[in-house]
Each structure stands twice: as C-alpha cells, then as structure tokens.
Design a protein around this ligand. Structure first.
Ligand SMILES: [Zn+2]
Length: 353
C-alpha cells in the first residue's frame, strides 16, 4: 500500500503497488508523484519510470490525480473502465460527474490543478478498457475487476489474487466516517451504497484495502466493520431528519455543514476546495433526505425544478425505478459531453412527516 497524505483522508487516498518479476503495476495514482516515487525508491529501489502498468478504479481526483505525471514518467499502459478512460483526461468531465454545478466548475478545475491533476490525452494504444469480471494477469498475480455502481457509475474495484491470498481494493466503499454516495443514483444512493458494501464483504477476501484507511481489514474483522459502517450510515439519515424543523420551509440551500464542516473549512482550506465541499455536503444531505423519504420519515413538498423529486411529488409517493435509468444514463452520457443533465435541487423544500 502506498499511503496518501493526512492519514489518506480525502482529497488524498491510497494507491496499491504490485511488484512482480517483470511487471510493476500501480493501482490508482492519487498520492501523487512525490509520495509514489519516494515509496518505490525506498522499498524497491526503482523509480516511477519503471512502472509498466497503471490501473484506475475511477476518475475521481482522490484516485486519479497523479495519472498524468506517472504516465509521462513511465509510458505505462492505462487500464480502467472505458468511461473512466474517457473521463480521466479532463478535469471538467470529472467535476460534472462529481456533482459540481457548471457555474462552479472553475473551482473544481482549480482545486484539481492544485492537487496536480492535469488535462491530458493518452494515446489510444496505451489505453486498455476493462469490463466487469474481466481478469488480467501480471506474471503470477491475477487481478479481477468488479463493477460496482453505488459509489459512482462504472467504478471498478479490484480483487488481487496471489496464490491463496485474495486482497480486495474496495476503493470508496471505504469504511471511514465519511462515506460518499455517488451523485447519479438519485433516490437510492444510500440504499445502493449499503447493499454494494455488503456484497463486497460477502466476497470473503483475506484483506480489504480501502482507499481512505491506513490499515487493511482482516477477514475476521470484516463483518464487525461492516455492521459499524452501516450503523454510521443509518445514523446519518436520522441526523438529516433531525435537521428539519417542524415547519414546512426547509430548503436544501439553507441547510449545510452536514458531513463537511464547510463553515469552519474556510479558515484552513482553499476557496476552491471549500466551494466543492459545499456542493458535496448538500449532495450527501440530499441522498439522506431521499433515504428518509423512502423510509416514510420526510417528504419533499417542492422539488425545486428537479425532475426526480417533481415526479415523486406528482405521484404522491417516493419512487425510484421509473426514473432511475433515465437519470443515471443521462448523467453518464451528458457529463462526458460536458453538459449537466440535472443539477443539485438547492431550492427543494422538505418537511418531516
Ligand atoms: Zn471516488
């Protein structure tokens, strides 16, 4: 494991290095050039230029930010889902995909740049698209990709098989106090995330390595860790309900500091990061309000021009399947074309039942 900065908390994260006889494989490039090269030199006496293969889980900044530098130094092949391969070349695409509104996308781009993320086209001869369940082999090590859509669309987690040992890189099913549910799974973000995490644990890997924890989770501890993680996520839904006062007017835009302490962050973090965090905080709050609606604890009285919420209000109950595909597909395709299919419904109004 190549640990990220600041205990691997966002916007940092871990990478995984696999050293085989003639393949030097790096999974995710987040910690950035400096940390990765220091690690390679001190542990294996090799440099960035010796990397032969780069594997990406998804194109979020806390996973792919060092990609351009690692590629420029090594010329290694880049593996990832075809969507990830398209997305990782442009910050704007990643930003829209991660829920930053178009008018604030410059903050995301500046934030990405401050982390070392570069817009860059990679030669098609160097790109290898992976699909769900695809197996790739590097000498005696096999890696199987698994597509899990509950953190973000087309994220691949990787199962690394070395003889009897199986290690799972769970990426952003991260078992930390700040789980993030991807933007497009509107109406089902929290429940999808919970069931995807359960399925991950059911794979019984010897170790789970998350992108944002500094220690692997042993097989014996995984069930207990899962239980605590799910409890933490459920508590967040309760907290979202408790944020609402009893009157009708609870506008999403007026609520904040739900997960990210945005008002305090201003003192310590860049303006650009704070702008991004403010949006992410509201996306997470929205996900939990929708979860609470599913559980019959709140309802939305005004959708604030949000297609999904307006359909729910019109049909007088919470729905998901009818619009889910439309929303998800639209999101994936349009954010690749650098458009927003829908935005954060800041003016939506919520009430307790
Ligand atoms: Zn992510």
């Amino acid at each position: 494991m190549i640990l990220g900065e600041d205990k691997s908390k966002f916007p940092s994260g871990n990478a995984l290095f696999i050293n085989t006889e003639d393949k030097k494989v790096l999974i995710d490039t987040n910690p950035g050039e400096k940390i990765i090269s220091t690690f390679l030199e001190s542990q294996f006496n090799i440099s960035l230029s010796d990397i032969t293969d780069i594997i990406l889980s998804h194109a979020h900044l806390d996973h792919a930010r060092g990609l351009a530098t690692v590629f420029e130094a090594s010329g290694g092949s880049i593996f990832g889902h075809s969507d990830t391969l398209k997305r990782c070349e442009k910050r704007v695409r990643i930003g829209l995909y991660a829920g930053i509104p178009l008018k604030e996308i410059h903050h995301f781009e500046a934030f990405g740049e401050s982390l070392g993320f570069k817009d860059r086209s990679y030669p098609s001869s160097k790109k290898v698209a992976l699909e769900d369940k695809q197996k790739i082999e590097f000498n005696n090590i096999a890696i199987i990709a698994h597509e899990t859509n509950a953190h973000c669309l087309h994220m691949l987690d990787y199962e690394i098989i070395d003889g009897d040992i199986r290690i799972l890189l769970s990426c952003d099913y991260d078992f930390t106090p700040v789980p993030w549910y991807g933007v497009p799974q509107r109406g089902a973000a929290v429940s999808s995330f919970k069931s995807a995490t359960k399925q991950l644990v059911e794979r019984n890997a010897n170790y789970i390595i998350s992108s944002h924890r500094i220690k692997p989770i042993n097989l014996e501890k995984q069930k207990e860790e899962l239980k605590q993680y799910l409890e933490l996520i459920n508590k967040r839904t309760h907290r979202a309900v408790n944020l609402l006062n009893l009157e009708d007017e609870n506008m999403l835009n007026d609520m904040g500091d739900f997960v990210y302490p945005v008002s305090k962050m201003k003192e310590y973090y860049s303006d650009h990061y704070v702008h991004c965090a403010k949006n992410w905080d509201k996306w997470i709050l929205l996900a939990h309000l929708e979860d609470a609606w599913r559980l019959g604890k709140v309802e939305c009285v005004d959708g604030g021009n949000d297609k999904f919420l307006e359909r729910c209000i019109e049909e007088r109950h919470y729905l998901r399947n009818q619009v889910e595909n439309l929303l998800i597909q639209g999101w994936a395709e349009k954010t690749l074309d650098e458009e927003m299919p829908y935005s954060l419904p800041l003016n939506s109004i919520w009430k307790k039942i």
